[in-house]
Each structure stands twice: as C-alpha cells, then as structure tokens.
Design a protein around this ligand. Structure first.
Ligand SMILES: NC(=O)c1ccc[n+]([C@@H]2O[C@H](COP(=O)([O-])OP(=O)(O)OC[C@H]3O[C@@H](n4cnc5c(N)ncnc54)[C@H](O)[C@@H]3O)[C@@H](O)[C@H]2O)c1
Length: 309
C-alpha cells in the first residue's frame, strides 16, 4: 500500500482516479480548491485539504509525506483564458511549477495531466508524441510549459515525472452545467432535457474521445512506470476521431431522441481535428482505451439519468 497526493482530486478525472486508488488499497490525500470539484465526488475515507496549488503554503510538506503525486488541478478550459489570461496562467503555469518543484526537491515521482491542446492545429494527424507542438491557446501553452519544466527539473534536480496528454475525456461526473465543460456532458444534458444543441462552427471538427475510467487506469500505470525511474510524455486517446455531427447522431441513438442543432460561429482557440496515436502509451505503459465510444456514452447517459432523479 502507498500514500498518494492527488491535486484536483475532487474534479471529474481526479475523482475517478481516487476511486481506483482507494479500490487498490492505497491511502489518498486530495488537494483541491473546489472551484469546479466537489467533496461529494470523493469517498468518505479520503482526506481533503482545501487549498490552491498556486498559494497553499504547506504544499512542499504535503508532497514530502507521500509516495507519489498525481497532479491534475488546473483551470481545465481553453475558454477561461479568454476571460482572464493571467488568472488562468497563475494556476496552470505557476501552480504547476510549484507542484513539480516540490516533488523534485522531495524526490517524489509525479504523473501530471498535460493535454492534446499542446499540438494546436497541427495538420499532421494522427498526432504522435514527437509531432511538433504548436499550441494556439493559453491553456495549451501552459500545458506545454509544464512538460518543459518537468524535463528541466529532471535534468537539474532529478525529478521523476511523466506527463499524460489527455485527448477528449468523457464519462460520469463531468459537470454539464458549465459552458467550459466537455462537449459530451453538455450535449447529453441538453438532449435529455429536450433542448436544442449549440455547435460552434460547422460540426465537422473531429475529436478523439476517451472514457474516464480508461484514463484513471492510464494514470495508475504511468505512476508505476515513473516510480520505477522512467520519465516521458504520452498521448492518452483511443486513436479514433469522430466529428461533432456524427457524435450527435450516436448520442441521439443512445437517448432515442431527435436532436435540434443550432450552428454558431466557431470559438477562438478551437481546434479543427484532434486525433491521437496511443501506440507509445500501449507499448511503454500497457495502456489501451478499452471502452468503445457508444458503450461509454451509454454508461454516461445512465449515470446522468440516475443523478438527475
Ligand atoms: N477533461 C478533459 O477532456 C481533459 C483533457 C485534457 C487535459 N485535461 C486535464 O486533466 C485535468 C483534470 O481535468 P478535469 O476534466 O477533471 O477538470 P475538473 O475541472 O473537473 O478538475 C480540476 C480540479 O482541479 C481543481 N482546481 C482548479 N484550480 C485549482 C487550484 N488553483 N488549486 C487546487 N485545485 C484546483 C478543481 O476544483 C477541480 O476539482 C486538468 O489538468 C485538465 O487540464 C482534461
């Protein structure tokens, strides 16, 4: 049994990871400011320290007491940079550097959440880890900066760190109420309520969706790999992209409804096609995205139905 810190553990992906860690018999401490996360996402035995990664003074002491740190806390939204660039960067850039530095100094392995946003609108698809990064959003820039800091801290202080470039993660507990949330949770919520769906752009933008429990499994695999002295950066995706128009058709089939779609102008920082290759993660971490899209959508729709009752 080990003791792990999960920053952002009360959020969507973090809380699924916490469930997996607890189920495997590990002790878990969560550091979260509950800006988008919630206590009710966490099992009762998990310690929640409420604090901000950019400000929490005892962060080094907290990290020094664990066997590994999963760093997921972030303002997980491209659009929020449009509303407050420096405010978002304070968390995603400065806060992340604080976490990485504390882990490096305490010799604690870290697995951190990077993003497919680091690739920007790169036309070379499928994206592999060595594809040139060209972020077109502040969010993507700060995720890429985190990867560079992890690498530099490895060289200078010996940090063991692995970054996972998540593509579009979906599943239960993704908050549908926020305009910053994942597209599947927003569409599901609106379709289930019989409301029209707004699509920004022509709907032909494509995404590589990966189910949240597969992502939690990838995080755990990456921790074992990193604790054993390895470092790296991996795509976490299924290697299959679907357009938003097709996604809506599949969702409508799952929910057995006829969607009304409204098209609006595309948003700044939106990426046209995001298709990853998961070959490296499969070979090095043993990761596979087992849950097929339609199956994952059914699980998510079931959860949404139950949680609205
Ligand atoms: N969901 C996706 O499709 C996706 C894709 C790529 C990368 N990611 C990354 O994965 C991670 C988790 O994302 P998520 O989808 O679960 O989002 P989320 O918003 O549900 O989770 C983020 C968590 O971090 C917490 N948090 C935010 N700012 C904080 C701060 N300053 N200090 C402490 N805690 C703070 C929030 O309260 C929340 O619990 C993020 O780093 C995100 O950038 C997510």
């Amino acid at each position: 049994m080990a003791r792990y810190l999960v920053t952002g553990g009360a959020g969507f992906i973090g809380s699924h990871l916490v469930d997996h860690l607890v189920e495997a018999g590990h002790e878990v401490v969560v550091l979260d400011n509950l800006s988008t996360g919630a206590r009710f996402n966490l099992p009762p035995q998990v310690d929640l320290v409420q604090g901000d990664i950019a400000e929490f003074e005892n962060l080094p002491a907290l990290i020094a007491r664990v066997n590994g740190c999963f760093h997921l806390a972030a303002i997980a939204s491209v659009q929020q940079y449009q509303e407050g660039w420096a405010k978002a960067a304070k968390v995603n850039f400065y806060g992340s550097v604080r976490v990485l530095e504390a882990a490096a100094r305490a010799n604690v392995p870290v697995v951190y959440a990077s993003s497919a946003a680091i690739y920007g609108n790169n036309p070379l698809q499928p994206l592999i880890e060595t594809t040139m990064s060209r972020p077109i959003s502040g969010y993507g820039v700060d995720k890429l900066a985190m990867e560079h800091h992890a690498e530099a801290l490895k060289t200078t202080i010996g940090l063991r760190a692995t970054g996972l470039r998540f593509f579009n993660v979906y599943g239960p507990r993704q908050v549908p109420g926020s305009p910053y949330s994942g597209v599947i949770s927003i569409f599901l919520n609106r379709l289930a309520a019989g409301q029209p769906i707004t699509v920004f752009g022509d709907g032909e933008q494509a995404r590589d969706f990966v189910y949240v429990s597969d992502v939690a499994g990838a995080l755990m695999r990456a921790m074992s790999w990193t604790a054993a002295g390895n470092c790296g950066v991996f795509n976490i995706c299924r290697g299959e992209a679907i357009t938003l128009n097709d996604l809506i058709r599949v969702l409508a089939g799952v929910l057995e409804c006829a969607p009304e779609i409204r098209y609006e102008e595309s948003r700044a920082g939106d990426i046209r096609i995001s298709l990853g290759s998961s070959v490296a993660a499969a070979e090095r971490l043993g990761f596979t995205g087992n849950v097929a899209l339609e199956e994952g959508l059914r699980y998510t729709a079931d959860w949404a139905r139950k949680s609205s009752q």
